[in-house]
Write a protein that binds this ligand. Structure first.
Ligand SMILES: Nc1ncnc2c1ncn2[C@@H]1O[C@H](COP(=O)(O)OP(=O)(O)OP(=O)(O)O)[C@@H](O)[C@H]1O
Ligand SMILES: [Mg+2]
Length: 273
């Protein structure tokens, strides 16, 4: 794989982080008169948990939407795995190994946990729908393979007890977990999480934190995490990008960012929920 080369990056807890998987170069995003992102550059390295923080309206979700191909930046370049990415539809980006969860849960509420997670396999399905309908050899093999992958995720996220439950009936915290499961079903190289712990109680946050760390550890998945809870950000992330009014005002390891005066100022007197 042809990636941009950097000096290895050693994190605060002593882990070595690899080359850049993605580089955002001078990204600007405008909606009519609103400038959601102003000339922001940063990289995301193989194996790291990269947090994006900032007050409400700072442009965090917009940035995630640029990475996932939901928005095409007005200016700037997205480099992925060493190559400049042409404008792409979100499904094309997904096929490149980038999966996401949404700030507002996006699940099929009438469908079971199992079936919702199965929808995450779509980007990996090769056989035509027709072949699958006729249950021919290859489609049958694929079906078994997808079912096994989904069952593994259900075990991993400890949600066996709700596998048949329609997700609309689940408490919010579990719905967020199912949504993580749907993203994991795509077996992404890069996982984008937009406030995966918003609205959760302390115990639910602890569970979700553990799953995020386990995904990173066990599957080696690179993760971009938007989160308002600073305790969570400090615990989980290797490096943090700080945004405010569409600009980047900080970028570095959690300890460094926490001492940055611009960051402290941006967070004074603002609501984070
Ligand atoms: N589709 C859109 N059309 C017009 N303006 C938009 C659109 N999406 C975002 N914006 C604007 O861009 C700015 C950044 O919004 P964004 O949702 O990225 O912020 P955020 O940092 O994720 O905030 P929050 O913490 O509240 O989720 C805001 O001023 C928002 O109103
Ligand atoms: Mg947002």
């Amino acid at each position: 794989m042809n990636m941009v080369s950097y000096e290895p990056y050693v994190t605060e807890d002593g882990r070595t982080i690899g080359d850049a998987v993605m580089e955002l170069r001078n990204i600007t995003l405008r909606f009519g008169g609103v400038v959601a992102i102003k000339d922001i550059s940063f990289d995301i390295r193989e194996g790291e948990i990269r947090a994006i923080i900032g007050p409400n309206g700072a442009g965090k979700s917009s940035m995630l939407n640029v990475i996932s191909g939901f928005y095409t930046p007005t200016e700037g370049e997205v480099w992925f795995e060493g190559g400049k990415r042409p404008p792409m539809r979100p499904y094309q980006v997904a096929r490149q190994g980038i999966a996401r969860t949404f700030q507002n849960i996006a699940l099929f509420s009438g469908m079971s946990t199992l079936d919702n997670i199965m929808t995450g396999r779509i980007t990996r399905m090769k056989s035509s729908l027709a072949a699958q309908a006729l249950w021919w050899g290859r489609a049958q093999r694929e079906e078994t393979e997808h079912r096994e992958a989904v069952e593994k995720i259900i075990d991993f996220l400890e949600i066996q007890h709700i596998r048949k439950t329609p997700v609309g009936r689940l408490p919010y915290g579990l719905q967020k977990r199912v949504e993580l499961g749907r993203a994991l079903a795509a077996e992404p190289r890069l996982l984008l999480l937009d406030e995966p712990m918003a609205g959760m109680n302390v115990e639910e946050k602890e569970d979700m934190s553990r799953f995020i760390l386990d995904v990173n550890d066990e599957f080696g998945t690179t993760i971009v995490l938007i989160e308002h809870d600073m305790g969570v950000v400090m615990d989980l992330s290797d490096r943090v990008v700080v945004m405010d009014y569409g600009k980047k005002i900080g970028d570095g390891p959690p300890d460094e960012v926490r001492r940055n005066q611009d960051v402290i100022d941006a967070y004074l007197g603002v609501s984070h929920d």
